[in-house]
Design a protein around this ligand. Structure first.
Ligand SMILES: [Zn+2]
Length: 142
């Protein structure tokens, strides 16, 4: 039994918070599946868990997270601006800014937040931990 097995499964709010801060939802490692802001890696750089774990639809889930985050920020902004009486032109300019900035700057977060949801419904199994350990051993010996 290795340290990955013995780790207690984090609660969903903790996993989502880790994802929102671009950390691995499982181990809390900084950067998770990214070697730079936009460069993805297949495994968590801290615990070695694969982000897809044999699930081909993972990218679709991350893209869906991007849509939710972008539209969620625009809709929230519009509700706040209408409620506070902000003029139409600034409202639209900031909404356009959100439409560009949230998906481009939040790109890594779509993966880490989706991973938090994915490991909630599909917790890592023995095979995932074994593959993570092999990945960590290979990285250590390289
Ligand atoms: Zn990790």
């Amino acid at each position: 039994m290795n340290s990955l097995h013995s780790q207690k499964t984090p609660a969903l709010p903790k996993k989502l918070l880790r994802g929102l801060f671009r950390q691995c939802a499982w181990c809390g490692g900084k950067g998770a599946f990214f070697t730079s802001w936009y460069t993805k890696a297949d495994n968590c750089q801290s615990c070695g868990l694969s982000r897809e774990r044999g699930y081909e639809g993972f990218e679709l889930g991350a893209a869906t997270m991007g849509v939710f985050m972008t539209f969620g920020s625009i809709i929230s902004w519009m509700i706040i601006s209408v409620a506070t009486g902000i003029a139409l032109v600034p409202l639209l300019l900031i909404a356009a800014l959100l439409a560009v900035c949230v998906p481009s700057l939040g790109y890594p977060l779509t993966y880490t937040v989706w991973f938090a949801i994915d490991i909630t419904f599909r917790p890592p199994n023995e095979s995932d931990f074994a593959q993570a350990q092999v990945w960590l051993d290979n990285r250590a010996s390289a």
